[in-house]
Ligand binder design. Structure first.
Ligand code: ARG
Length: 253
């Protein structure tokens, strides 16, 4: 009986350790291991490659953790789940191409902006009727829940008399537009530009000018984990000075 128990315990340890990046960074002694949330379907900022999480955000976080000497575990989830998870203390912070907005600042504290972005309107590559905002009237929008793209759609829904369809991740909303089930989606410019640059025959295209300009920031719960936020800012400065920040960006060009 004892033996079976031991085998079971061993097996359980094995299962617990074989999880992805989540458990590769173990705590050493009493040191705090920060729980960082992200949504890993957002190339080039966070995505899965060969069973590993990679991307600009992932590498920036890792480089900062190294120069500042802190440990963390990554917790992938839908983007829409990040702010609730931070608010309920399930996460210490998040790095997820999250745009710094005044609305979010009511519940979050953000680092310095670490990447400039903004929203672009995206339509099917076959669509030659929608060329700019003037053509948004009566069109159906596909958006990702809880994002600045969905906020744009909601803010302009009345003005354009549009319907909004909500999705959990970018590929699903892209699919909806490529299929013609929705007319327009809104995505961060660097994300859609990266996607289009990888495709030989893109099913989507960007229309018109950028609809906004904003910065991505690392986020913690308002008033909490200030030491983590300071480490992020200080590490960001260091990796910019050392040239590592530029090196990371170059990996995704
Ligand atoms: N930048 C947008 C926002 O903050 C979208 C971010 C989506 N990020 C992600 N990892 N899915 O609302």
């Amino acid at each position: 009986m004892k033996k079976i128990g031991m085998i079971l315990a061993l097996l359980l340890t094995f299962v617990a350790c074989s999880g992805k990046q989540d458990s590769t960074k173990q705590s050493s002694g009493e040191k705090k291991v920060y729980k960082i949330g992200t949504d890993v379907i957002f190339a080039p900022f966070e995505f899965e490659k060969d069973g590993k999480y990679v991307g600009i955000d992932i590498e920036i976080l890792d480089a900062i953790a190294k120069v500042e000497g802190f440990e963390y575990t990554l917790h992938p989830m839908n983007f829409n789940g990040l702010i609730p998870a931070i608010s309920s203390n399930q996460l210490d912070g998040a790095i997820a191409g999250m745009t710094i907005t005044d609305e979010r600042k009511e519940v979050l504290d953000f680092s310095e902006g670490y990447y400039e972005s903004g929203i672009s309107a995206v339509v099917s590559a076959k669509n030659d009727k929608i060329k700019s905002v003037e053509d948004f009237k009566g069109k159906t929008f596909a958006v990702k829940k809880g994002t600045t793209g969905s906020l744009y759609a909601e803010d302009h829904q009345k003005e354009f008399g549009s319907q909004i369809r909500y999705f959990d991740d970018s590929p699903s909303m892209f699919q909806e537009v490529a299929n013609g089930n929705a007319d327009i989606t809104f995505e961060d410019y660097p994300v859609i530009a990266y996607k289009l640059s990888l495709e030989k025959e893109p099913t989507l295209k960007i229309v018109g000018d950028k609809l906004s300009t904003a910065h991505f920031g690392f986020a913690v719960k308002k008033g909490q984990n200030q030491e983590l936020l300071q480490k992020f800012n200080s590490g960001l400065k260091k990796i910019k000075e050392s040239g590592e920040y530029d090196k990371i960006l170059n990996n995704y060009k």
